[in-house]
Design a protein around this ligand. Structure first.
Ligand code: 6GU
Length: 244
């Protein structure tokens, strides 16, 4: 998989080229390149933004540098991900989908966004995805590109932890197929600062352990992510106490 990231803050994403790509690059699976959008400007001040047509607050990223960037990188057949708080929420399902692509180009937006014509133009020769990290506002899409890259790369077949991640995914599915948060985990020592490991985990009773873990996962999910739990779970349970 080839990943390009276009940003006005390339230093922010430079570690991606080294660390993450380092491991994957050794295996020849992933090639990550970070590009400074300003190299595709021509004016003295390397301007990438301007005031919005129609008025309003903030600045909009001008189309020309983006157009030149995509022309230079060559995006035919690629998936171009525009990171924006107005995008589709990023989920594990989206990560799995992106992990099937041969080539992803991230366009990190700043200011109030990128001129819409850039997306419309890219859409004539590439797959356009607008993706948000979640319902909060960041200064730009750089952190989103980093997070999405990390989530996607670990799903690429052959990459470190791939077999493990597949197992993990089956773990996070309940018998009913619902997504559940992970149960709490413990390791040695059995007692630490007066806190004991739940005795069932020391019992050697594998069925009891599986049942306890499932119950913990359901409680945790109901408490923290009621949106993931089927209403029947909430009705069945007498009382769901807050988890620490
Ligand atoms: Cl992708 N960009 C910005 N600027 N803010 C965000 C985001 C992206 N996702 C969540 N908040």
């Amino acid at each position: 998989m080839r990943i390009d990231v276009v940003t006005i803050f390339p230093d922010y994403l430079a570690p991606l080229e080294l660390s993450l790509a380092g491991k994957a690059r050794e295996k020849g699976l992933i090639d990550v390149r970070v590009h400074d959008l300003r190299q595709w400007t021509h004016d003295r001040h390397r301007t990438v933004d301007d005031t919005p047509y129609g008025g309003g607050a903030g600045m909009v990223m001008r189309p020309e540098p983006w157009g030149e960037a995509f022309d230079a990188l060559g995006i035919e057949g690629a998936t171009v991900v525009f990171t924006t708080p107005s995008g589709q929420p990023f989920t594990q399902a989206v990560a799995r989908e992106l992990a099937t692509r041969d080539r992803i180009v991230f366009a990190c937006g700043r200011y109030e966004g990128i001129d819409q014509r850039v997306l419309d133009d890219v859409a004539t020769r590439a797959e356009v995805r607008e993706i948000s990290l979640g319902d909060y506002v960041l200064n730009g899409g750089e952190v989103a590109a980093l997070a999405i890259t990390e989530a996607v790369v670990r799903l690429v077949p052959g990459f470190m932890g791939n077999a493990e991640s597949l197992l993990e995914e089956s773990h996070t599915l309940s018998d009913s197929g619902a997504r559940l948060l992970e149960y709490p985990v413990y390791t040695k020592p059995a007692t630490w600062r007066g806190h004991d490991v739940p005795p069932v985990l020391l019992s050697g009773d594998h069925a009891a352990i599986a049942s306890w873990r499932h119950d913990q996962a359901v409680r945790r999910t109901a408490e923290r992510r009621p949106d993931l739990v089927h209403p029947s779970v909430l009705l069945d349970d007498v009382e769901i106490r807050p988890v620490r």
